[in-house]
Structure formats: C-alpha cells, structure tokens
Ligand binder design. Sequence first.
Ligand SMILES: [Zn+2]
Length: 109
Amino acid sequence: MDELDGNGAAGLLQEIFGTDMTVTAVRCASCGAVAPIGEAVVYAGGPGTVIRCRSCTSVLVVITQIRGMSCVDMMGIAALPHARSFRCTTMRVSSTRELMSSLRNAWRR
Ligand SMILES: [Zn+2]
C-alpha cells in the first residue's frame, strides 16, 4: 500500500462529498486530535482507501468502492466542524445522494 498525506485522497473525497475535504478539520474519536484531513495519513491502493489519524494512527475514514458504489465508514471521526451536535457513526451508503442525505439528517438532530 502506498502511504500518502491526506491530499492524496483529495480527488476521491471531492467526488464523494462534492467539496474539498482536505481543508476540513475533523476530531479523531480515539485521541481527540483535531486536524484537517489533508494532514492525515492516507493508505491507497489496497481494496479500499484508509485515512488514519497522524497523531495516533487510528483509522478515521475507510472508503471502499465496489462496482461503482462508494462505502464510507467514518466511525473514527468524533466530530466535523459546523455541526454542533454531530456525531459520526458507521455509515454505509451506496451513492453520494444517500450519503449527503445521511449527513443532513445527522446534522439536523
Ligand atoms: Zn487520533
């Protein structure tokens, strides 16, 4: 597997979230470190793309793409900015539209 910084996943994240996620700061659920995804460690080239916390190496996000579907597992992220009460849990979605509606529902709570 190739080790990259978070910018190595920029294109993939842009494709899924429709926005530049590398400048988005996230809080690691394991150690509490807050850092932009662009500073995380990305392992690409395996069956999926794994984004790990640079501080504690815990998994933040796993993205797998199977037959054109993107599965995004964000259970390693405790918080995203601009979402006061947002808590990530495991999300498995089959399309960008489904993902965005999951996020919108989570933000509304
Ligand atoms: Zn961490």
